[in-house]
Each structure stands twice: as structure tokens, then as C-alpha cells.
Design a protein around this ligand. Structure first.
Ligand code: CDP
Length: 238
């Protein structure tokens, strides 16, 4: 089974994807982590992040490994180093959407993402272009959204919990800017796949959103296979 979850920053994709994957016993991949890892490397090497071709080469020549941990989510290694924490820095946040515009870079990463999906045996993949490009034939597609203010509030609380002192207004501006760049770029911009089920998560708790996603899958399975065969999907989620 392949499940695509797309949406803007702070809509809850990562937490939902991780938990849906755990309960359905699938693998999970946060594709944003891959764009972040390349951003980290480009900044470290002082590469011009508007040079699309150079970014593509950087991705082609680096050693990127991802690992799925059903508690931590996607762990990412770049040239042998675990950069899972480092890719969440404010500097990476600020620059990642500019880096992610590069068509050459996107081609490299999409190739890797499709390969990972192929060998996964079943995956929940989350990002911006999963349902519209990476896994165009995904069995299920979801688009998670929430108001800008709610998304900024969630991200602010998340960062505060990590001990990071960020200004809410600055965060809101940064997310709004990232939304705009992601939606306006030429190469596979952030948009809703025609078949995607849209969930506005603004009024819901994380658990409620997870249930909505699982319900959509269960209801579809019931239609397809009948009540008995889908018991597995109830196993852990109740
Ligand atoms: O976690 P958050 O929602 O802040 O962002 P992310 O999922 O880590 O993605 C970081 C950035 O990578 C996004 O703002 C996009 O610019 C880019 N991205 C992308 O272009 N395509 C993807 N499939 C995933 C991320």
C-alpha cells in the first residue's frame, strides 16, 4: 500500500504520517528531510543556493541514507553523519524552499524517493509533491491543511518544547514565505492532487486527524474487501 500525504508546513503531515505508518505497519518517509539535508550541505559548503545545476550536482554526489524509526520518524544521514537534528535549524528553515525550487535537485531526490517506495513493501510518504508527482499512482492521497495562524502556532509550540526561543510573528512570516515559494515554483509546486482527500486540520487534535485518515482507508477497504478482511486496520488504532 502506498499512501501520499501532502500539505504546507505545520499542517501536521509528519506526525500523522508517522502514526498512520506505525498503525498500518508500513514504512514512512519524510521527503522534506531530504530537501533539508541538501540545504544543510549547500549552506555548509557555501554554494550559491540559487544555482540550480550546482544543487543537482551536490545531490548526485552526496551519500544520503534514510532510515525509518517508528518512534522518531525519518532519520537522515548525509555522508555518513546523522543530520536528523541539524536539518531543523532556523537557518535551514529559512533557505530550504529556495533550494527546493531547483529542478535538477528535485529530479535527483524524486528518483531516490521512488526507489525507496519500490523497495519498502508499503509506505506512507509525506511532502509537497507526493500525490501530484512522486507517487502519482498512490493508493491513497491526502492533503492536510490548516490556517496559517494555526500552523504557525503549532510550529511555535513545537520549537518552544525543544527549548528554542523563537518569535511567533517571525515564524508566521517565514511559513507564509515558504508557502508562497512552494506554491509558485515551476517544478512540481505544492498543489492538491485531484483525487486527494482534503482534511482541514485546524479544529482537530492530532489523534482526530489520524482517525480521519485511517477511517478513509478502512471505509475504502470495506467497500473493496468486506468487513472481515480489514480487521487488521483496527488492531492498534483503537
Ligand atoms: O516540516 P515542514 O513542513 O516545515 O517542512 P518539510 O516537510 O521539512 O519541508 C521543507 C521544505 O522542503 C518545504 O518547505 C519545501 O520547500 C521542500 N519540500 C519540497 O519541495 N518537496 C517535498 N516533497 C518536500 C519538501
Amino acid at each position: 500500500m502506498r499512501i501520499a500525504i501532502d500539505g504546507p508546513a505545520g499542517a501536521g503531515k509528519s506526525s500523522v504520517a508517522r502514526e498512520v505508518a506505525r498503525r498500518l505497519e508500513l514504512k514512512c518517509l519524510d521527503t522534506g528531510a531530504m530537501y533539508r539535508a541538501i540545504t544543510l550541505k549547500a549552506l555548509k559548503e557555501g554554494i550559491d543556493i540559487t544555482n540550480s545545476k550546482l544543487l543537482g550536482e551536490l545531490a548526485r554526489n552526496c551519500d544520503m541514507e534514510t532510515e525509518y524509526d517508528n518512534k522518531e520518524g525519518t532519520l537522515i544521514y548525509l555522508d555518513g553523519e546523522n543530520v536528523t537534528e541539524k536539518i531543523r535549524s532556523p537557518r535551514v528553515n529559512k533557505n530550504v524552499s529556495i533550494v527546493a525550487k531547483s529542478p535538477e535537485l528535485r529530479r535527483e531526490l524524486v528518483f531516490l524517493q521512488r526507489k525507496l517506495a519500490e523497495k519498502s513493501g508499503g509506505i506512507v510518504m509525506e511532502g509537497r509533491d507526493i500525490g501530484t508527482n512522486v507517487l502519482i499512482n498512490a493508493d491513497y492521497k491526502f492533503f492536510l491543511s490548516a490556517s496559517l495562524e494555526e500552523r504557525a502556532k503549532r510550529r511555535w509550540l513545537e520549537m518552544k518544547a525543544k527549548g528554542l526561543d523563537v518569535n511567533y510573528e517571525d515564524l508566521l512570516k517565514e511559513i507564509a514565505m515558504r508557502d508562497r515559494i512552494d506554491q509558485e515554483r515551476e517544478e512540481s509546486p505544492l498543489k492538491i492532487a485531484p483525487e486527494a482527500q482534503i482534511i482541514d486540520t485546524t479544529p482537530y487534535t492530532l489523534e482526530e486527524v489520524i482517525e480521519k485518515v485511517l477511517d478513509a482507508i478502512r471505509n475504502d477497504k470495506i467497500k473493496e474487501h468486506g468487513e472481515e478482511k480489514i480487521k487488521i486496520y483496527h488492531k492498534e488504532s483503537r
